[in-house]
Write a new protein. Sequence first.
Length: 160
Amino acid sequence: MATWVPINTQTIGSGITSVVFNSFSGYTDLIFILSASPANAGNSIYARFNNDAGTYAWIQLLPATTPSSNTGTGTYMKIVNNLDTSSVVYDASQIWIPNYSNASYFKQVLSYSGGVNSGPVWTSAAWANTNAITSITFTDESGGSLGSGSTFTLFGILAA
């Protein structure tokens, strides 16, 4: 049975544009639990590994009355999609990064999130790089502030 080990929690104040985690090693996987939002309604939260502006790709399955998908590539990966364009919503999210330190293949990310007005969103993403992940940065998609009071918690997973 796998063991979740709490590593770090960051709760941010107003005006913060990014959250960085870079003190983790010795685990098989990483899990983030977020209660987070961008400060601007409708914006999403992006992630970047090792401050690398290389190639990231994602696909999201979106809820609502007419299910749809959202795909993209870029210098960040979209990880939490805020579908509520009328207000700032603090989505609950879980982000799983399996085998983050394995240098044999590209890194994968699986996440799901949801809020009162944004419903469930499932995301599958990849970083086209075989380097071990040594830092993870979360930011607002437009470079704006993250929502004051957002909480980002990192757990390391120890395999059985």
